[in-house]
Design a protein around this ligand. Structure first.
Ligand SMILES: Nc1ncnc2c1ncn2[C@@H]1O[C@H](COP(=O)(O)OP(=O)(O)OP(=O)(O)O)[C@@H](O)[C@H]1O
Ligand SMILES: [Mg+2]
Length: 354
C-alpha cells in the first residue's frame, strides 16, 4: 500500500482467557478515511484502545508514520506522547466532554499541554511576557477555528452539556482536532444521530479530510455513512479480519454478508441466492480469496473463527473453545495414526474435510 500512515501488524489483545483481537494486521493510507467495521463485540474499540495507549497489546506492532518521516511504535509510547508526539487523537464511543464547561473551555483544555509547555511550567511563565501569552492567543484562535468548522461558534459560551447530542459529537471531534492530529480515530461518531445531524457530521469529516490532510480511522455501524465517506474498509469478526478493501468490494464480500446476517458458512450461498448476487456466488464456488483472510499458516489450520471462538451475547465475551483448534486436532490425529502404525501425508490430512 503506498504511503501508509498507520500499520497494525499481528495485533493480539487477550483479557485473561478471552481473545478480543487475534493476529490482526491492516494498514491505513495517508489522507484516507479508513473504516473499521464489524458486529458488536468484534473488537473494534479494543483496536482503538491499543492504538491510543489505553491498552497495552498482548502481542503485535502498531506503527504511526508522521508526515515529517518520523515513525513511532505506539504500543511502546505512554498515552500522552501518542497525542503529543505521534499526533494521534481520538473520540470515544460514549461522549466524554466536560459538560459543565463551555464549548470554548473544552477546546482550550484540549490544548493544555501545549500551553503549559509555553509557560515553561513556571508561575512567572504563566503571568509573564512572551511565550505563554502568544500561545494562549493562538489556542483561542484555533478553538474558534474549529468551533466554526463544526458549526458551533454561536454556542461557544454555552455549557457543553446543554448541546444536543449531534452537536456534542461534533464538539468532541473539534476538541480532538485542536490537538493537531495527523491521525484522527473516531469511535462510532454517527451513533444515535438523526439524519440532519448525520449529514452535518459527514460534512465535517469530509472537510477535515479535504482541508487538513488529517487521516481518519473510523469505527461505524451505520453502513450508509461508511459507504458514503470511506475510501477503505476493514471488517472484523470476533477479533479477526474477515475482509479488507474498497467499500464496494467489501459490501459484496460473502464473509461480510454472513458476519452481519449471523449465518453459518454453509448458509452463505442461500443468503446470496436470496439477495440475488450471482457474481459473488460464482466467486464463492471458486478458490479461496488469498487477499482476504489469513495466510496458509497455523491460523489457517485453526479453521473458521466461528468454529474456534465462542461468543456469548449476554456477557459480550469472546473466548476460544478448549480443543477447538484444528491445528491441535490434526496433531492429535497424526499422533494417534502414528501410534496405530498408519502413515500419511500431512497435506492429505489438512484437506481432509476438517
Ligand atoms: N477491559 C476489558 N476487559 C475484558 N474484556 C474486554 C475489555 N474490553 C473489551 N473486552 C471484550 O472484548 C471484546 C471486544 O470488545 P470491543 O468493545 O472492542 O468490541 P466492539 O467491536 O467495539 O463492539 P461494539 O460494536 O459493541 O462497540 C468484547 O467481548 C468485550 O467484552
Ligand atoms: Mg465499540
Amino acid at each position: 500500500m503506498p504511503d501508509p500512515i498507520l500499520k497494525v501488524e499481528h495485533l493480539s489483545m487477550k483479557f485473561g482467557g478471552l481473545v478480543a483481537i487475534g493476529d490482526l494486521s491492516f494498514e491505513a493510507r495517508r489522507g484516507d478515511i479508513t473504516a473499521l467495521i464489524g458486529p458488536n463485540g468484534a473488537g473494534k474499540t479494543t483496536v482503538f484502545n491499543c492504538i491510543t495507549g489505553f491498552y497495552k497489546p498482548t502481542e503485535g506492532m502498531i506503527t504511526m508514520a508522521r508526515r515529517d518521516g518520523s515513525a513511532y511504535l505506539l504500543e511502546r509510547l505512554p498515552g500522552h506522547e501518542i497525542t503529543a508526539r505521534a499526533r494521534v487523537a481520538r473520540t470515544f464511543q460514549n461522549i466524554r466532554l466536560f459538560s459543565g464547561m463551555t464549548l470554548l473551555e473544552n477546546l482550550l483544555v484540549a490544548q493544555h499541554n501545549k500551553l503549559m509547555k509555553a509557560s515553561g511550567y513556571t508561575i512567572l511563565g504563566l503571568v509573564g511576557i512572551g511565550g505563554y501569552r502568544r500561545a494562549s492567543a493562538e489556542a483561542i484562535d484555533l478553538a474558534k477555528f474549529w468551533l466554526e468548522k463544526a458549526d458551533l461558534i454561536d454556542r461557544a459560551d454555552d455549557p457543553a452539556g446543554d448541546l444536543p447530542y449531534g452537536a456534542q459529537r461534533r464538539l468532541e471531534i473539534a476538541r480532538a482536532m485542536c490537538t493537531g492530529p495527523e491521525l484522527l480515530c473516531l469511535d462510532e461518531p454517527a451513533a444515535g444521530l438523526n439524519p440532519r445531524e448525520s449529514h452535518a457530521l459527514n460534512a465535517l469529516l469530509n472537510d477535515i479530510k479535504d482541508h487538513t490532510g488529517t487521516s481518519i480511522l473510523l469505527i461505524e455501524h451505520d453502513m450508509s455513512v461508511v459507504m458514503e465517506i470511506s475510501d477503505h474498509v476493514v471488517v472484523l469478526e470476533y477479533g479477526r479480519k474477515i475482509s479488507d478493501g474498497d467499500p464496494t468490494s467489501v459490501k459484496s464480500d460473502p464473509k461480510v454478508i454472513a458476519a452481519y446476517l449471523g449465518v453459518e458458512d454453509e448458509e452463505i450461498v442461500e443468503v446470496l441466492t436470496e439477495v440475488g448476487d450471482d457474481r459473488v456466488i460464482e466467486e464463492l464456488d471458486a478458490e479461496p480469496d488469498r487477499d482476504h483472510g489469513p495466510p496458509d499458516s497455523a491460523s489457517m489450520l485453526a479453521g473458521p473463527v466461528t468454529d474456534t471462538i465462542a461468543h456469548s451475547d449476554d456477557e459480550e465475551r469472546v473466548s476460544v473453545m478448549r480443543g477447538a483448534s484444528k491445528a491441535e486436532r490434526i496433531e492429535e490425529r497424526e499422533a494417534r495414526d502414528r501410534a496405530a502404525g498408519i502413515s500419511g501425508q500431512p497435506d492429505d490430512k489438512r484437506g481432509g474435510g476438517e
